[in-house]
Design a protein around this ligand. Structure first.
Ligand code: NAD
Length: 427
């Protein structure tokens, strides 16, 4: 339970790609700094947990650090599935520690609800959930119980985006009018576990990654999306499942501005760099244009090596992005994560620590009031994404799905009492 030197234990639910490349290294680093306590990871089966425990980079980066796996891969068939085990793990946690949800998109809702029911603070990888009503429900449960719920939109911690937000909010850019954004993930993703869940009936490239630049445009400009249309191209994954592997989306904003967002799993494996992403937003003042232009994969670093690394997508010649997430040598041995991927996870964990530290020692009611006050303050500040200040993302998600399944018809977003999405009707 909360104390003055509150360092929460952390349970990560999901042991896949994002846990390996971002979440676990960040949590290990926070543990190294004494900011979190014990780490547990629960996955559907033992195989990914074994891979995490034996990952050479993680072992070299964090010597002597480890996590408790559920299921214990040393004792079960690595392929045997335990879909309900995460619930038992949650029940065994002391209340008011931290759960990080890193499961496929459609499982965020049940996992987050179960974590809140177990009295845990929650951090989730994006998207929070797939339905607006679920976001509203989660916001209420979190607030009522004084439990933090934060969404890991790491682009908010990229300094170039914070610079753009500041310039925009200080009136230096004028009004947003027209923009283009793109995020193309590598082709080899098609061979990964994506083929089992990012299929036409569950998700699509727009739902999976357009949310980053749509959230970012809202984060920078303060505008909310009011209509969406998305067209997609269906292709087969190697296992024969079908997915919308290329998408083109158009977002109309409340002031009439338009953002085009293109997404795909098609960036060549042979190309240097892990993806291709960026945006150009055109603004206007009284009688002049203004713009923000980002090459977000950043191509200013070039490495040409004598052999390629062991990870999927590694190339002999590479143009690594130093901004999102890298592991660099650190004093005392090992490697430490740097970049906005790390800063984002740290900021979310620090929000929980601040909440519990301020509430420490208070009686039940007083503690609840303190935690609720901090939840409201964070919502209003708007730097960390939370259900109350970023649920437009869930409306975008619903609208995007409706549109792509209706061959690109425009879907209108309503806010307020009657919040929801509907196909635009033409007279
Ligand atoms: N840029 C980003 O912010 C970013 C990038 C990648 C992934 N993500 C998000 O992270 C999430 C996971 O993506 P990923 O690429 O790691 O997927 P993945 O398929 O590699 O891993 C999913 C993990 O969830 C686990 N899981 C599934 N059902 C479970 C259950 N019932 N109980 C416990 N664990 C269960 C699986 O065992 C697996 O370890 C998705 O929501 C995705 O959108 C975000």
């Amino acid at each position: 339970m909360a104390s003055r030197d509150y360092s929460p234990n952390v349970t990560i639910i999901g042991g896949g790609m994002i846990t390996q490349v971002q979440i676990l290294p960040c949590v290990y680093q926070l543990q190294r700094l004494g900011l979190v306590g014990d780490i547990q990871i629960s996955a559907l089966n033992g195989a990914p947990l074994k891979a995490l425990a034996e990952n050479e980079t993680l072992k070299r980066a964090f010597p002597g650090q480890s996590f408790t796996p559920f299921p214990d891969f040393r004792k079960v068939d690595p392929e045997e599935k335990f879909p309900e085990l995460f619930n038992e793990v949650l029940q065994s946690m002391e209340p008011r520690n931290v759960v990080i949800a890193a499961v496929p998109d459609q499982l965020h809702y049940p996992v987050i609800k179960a974590a809140l029911a177990a009295g845990q603070h929650v951090i989730t990888v994006k998207p929070l959930v797939l339905k607006y009503a679920q976001a509203v429900e989660i916001e209420k449960i979190g607030y009522d119980n004084g439990l933090f719920v934060g969404v890991e939109y790491h682009k908010r911690f990229d300094d170039r985006n914070l610079m753009a937000r500041r310039a925009c909010r200080e009136g230096l850019l004028g009004e947003f009018r027209l923009g283009q954004a793109r995020l193309h993930e590598p082709w080899y993703y098609r061979h990964s576990n994506f083929q089992n869940w990012m299929t036409c009936e569950n998700s699509d490239s727009f739902s999976y990654i357009a949310c980053h630049y749509i959230d970012l445009t809202a984060f920078v400009t303060g505008l909310r999306p009011k209509a969406i249309s998305v067209s997609g191209i269906v292709e087969k994954y190697p296992n024969g499942n079908e997915g919308f592997l290329y998408t083109d989306g158009r977002v109309i904003w409340e002031n009439g501005a338009i953002l085009n967002v293109q997404n795909s799993l098609s960036f060549p494996d042979a190309a240097a760099g892990g993806n291709n992403q960026g945006m150009m937003l055109m603004f206007r003042g009284e009688d002049m244009g203004a713009l923000v232009s980002h090459e977000d994969q950043y191509r200013g670093v070039k490495h040409s090596c004598i052999r390629k690394g062991a990870d999927p997508g590694d190339t002999i010649f590479s143009e690594p992005n130093p901004d999102y997430f890298q592991m660099v040598p650190t004093a005392g041995g090992g490697l430490r994560p740097v970049g906005y991927g790390y800063r984002s996870v740290e900021a979310l964990v620090q929000a929980v620590r601040k909440m519990e530290t301020q509430a420490a020692g208070a009686s039940g009611d007083e503690s609840l009031e303190t935690r609720r006050r901090l939840i409201k303050a964070l919502d209003e500040e708007g730097l960390l994404a939370a259900p109350a200040n970023s649920a437009y993302n869930e409306l975008v998600m619903e609208a995007g799905r409706k549109s792509i399944l209706s061959e690109g018809r425009e879907v209108v977003i309503e806010y307020g009492e009657k919040a929801g999405v509907s196909l635009r009707e033409y007279p």
